[in-house]
Design a protein around this ligand. Structure first.
Ligand SMILES: [Zn+2]
Length: 445
């Protein structure tokens, strides 16, 4: 007798989408059966007309930056995200610099999260002594900046090389925010001196700045044989550079975000600081180029870069001094389904690859996560492909429900109607069904 049977959905398996019944026992996928077969289970869900995706892994979340795992994990569940990969830095907690801080984060996941979470570790250029204990604690990798990152700190070539040597020794991933700070600083200063604003956001941090930083990082990583991941790339041009290094056998992965695919520089003009992020949103042609990179398999994974600033935080000072980043982790699956699958020919399989299978593998979570395969965790995102809906922040689980963010009022086709984490239905039609259920998932390598 199985615990659960998910019947009649179009199930996106690694071999392609099939109409199947998925049986679950003890939180794991225990069998995949023909829809016609009679399978005994304690509880049955009929998902006729729905698509069953492997639970989404958000490769780049900042739910603890302005908020916490309580609100962030509920937002995740509402968008079919079953594993959050949370970044180490926070606006109100210490960054994950060492084992004791790591333990505090794990405790808050256990206490409040409804979805599973993995964690990045933090590291400072002149303090690499805690790297080993964090790796033993199961962090998926380390997040570093080549550009300015305030108190969190950034890396120059020499310290980056040191970190890459350590990464090589442990087989541990280094994820990099790659922009050239000197280019960004100078271009921004010129634009401010000319009295210009949001319309120049893309020029203030040009693609060239990403190109330079990514080339530099990949050259160093190739030299040190270290695995690296390039965070939130904003253009196909950068994807092409990464591809060149991949062909030189560098173990490198490329991440982009839903906003570089669904929004563009016009949205920055419309929403100002509420659509500000780094790298910035680009023009529509660049977004087309990024889609081409996804369709040709040059992008490995999708990270939301989700952060929920209040209107006060966003409007304090000028556009240029406002903090970068905005929410959207609940829109990864509906956004990529609507724009990618329905309009641009992205296959259901490729969508499952970039949102689940690839990040699971890259982060060392694939012993339990990443695909609808017997033996893996029963993590599912159930999407109604026909449902058209309008996004309103007021309907979300964000702690800040500002209507000024760029997705407000946008129509999507494809709605997440149900989310399962390790066999438990944690979300259904706008409601969270669990108090807490999520756990920390350490990387295995
Ligand atoms: Zn980020």
């Amino acid at each position: 007798m199985f615990d659960l049977l998910i019947r009649n959905g179009l199930t996106v398996t690694p071999e392609g989408p099939k109409k199947l019944s998925v049986a679950v026992k003890d939180g794991k996928i225990a069998g995949l059966f023909d829809c016609m077969s009679e399978i005994p289970a304690k509880e049955t869900f009929d998902f006729t007309g729905k698509i069953i995706f492997p639970g989404v892994i958000d490769s780049h979340a900042h739910v603890t930056y302005c908020s916490d795992f309580f609100s962030g994990s509920r937002t995740a569940a509402s968008g079919g995200v079953t594993t959050l990969v949370e970044m180490p830095q926070s606006g109100h907690l210490p960054a994950i610099w060492d084992e004791s801080i790591l333990k505090q984060r794990i405790a808050s996941i256990d206490e409040t999260s409804v979805v599973d979470c993995a964690l990045y570790g933090g590291v400072k250029a002149n303090h690499m002594e805690h790297v080993e204990e964090l790796i033993k604690g199961g962090v998926v990798g380390f997040k570093v900046f080549l550009s300015d990152a305030g108190d969190y700190g950034s890396f120059d070539d020499a310290s980056l090389r040191e970190l890459l040597r350590i990464a090589h020794n442990y087989g541990c991933l280094v994820a990099v925010h790659a922009e050239s700070q000197s280019i960004c600083t100078m271009e921004t200063q010129k634009i401010i001196a000319a009295g210009q604003g949001a319309e120049k956001n893309s020029d203030s941090r040009p693609i060239l700045s990403e190109v330079l930083a990514v080339s530099r990082l990949c050259t160093l990583a190739l030299h040190e044989h270290a695995p690296v991941s390039i965070c939130h790339i904003s253009s196909g041009q950068v994807a092409d550079i990464i591809q060149e290094f991949r062909e030189k056998r560098l173990q490198v992965s490329a991440e982009t975000c839903p906003h570089y695919l669904l929004l563009n520089s016009e949205d920055v003009i419309r929403c100002g600081a509420w659509a500000k992020c780094a790298p910035p949103l680009r023009d529509p042609n660049t977004a087309d180029g990024l889609w081409a990179a996804i369709l040709t398999g040059k992008i490995d994974m999708i990270g939301s870069d989700h952060a929920t600033y209040t209107d006060v935080q966003k409007s304090d000072g000028s556009f240029w001094s406002a903090p970068g980043g905005f929410p959207g982790l609940d829109l990864i699956l509906p956004g990529l389904f609507d724009e990618g699958v329905l309009r641009r020919g992205l296959s259901l399989n490729s969508l499952a690859q970039v949102t689940a299978a690839n990040p699971a593998k890259i982060f060392g979570l694939d012993t339990c996560k990443g695909s609808i395969t017997v033996g893996k965790d029963a993590d599912f995102a159930v999407l109604d492909p026909k449902s058209k809906w309008v996004f309103h922040a007021a309907d979300t689980f964000y702690d800040t429900k500002s209507p000024r963010y760029p997705y407000e009022g946008k129509t999507f086709q494809g709605k997440v109607v149900s989310t399962f984490v390790r066999g438990k239905q944690v979300y259904k039609n706008g409601k969270i069904l669990a108090e807490r259920h999520g756990k920390y998932i350490p990387a295995s390598r």
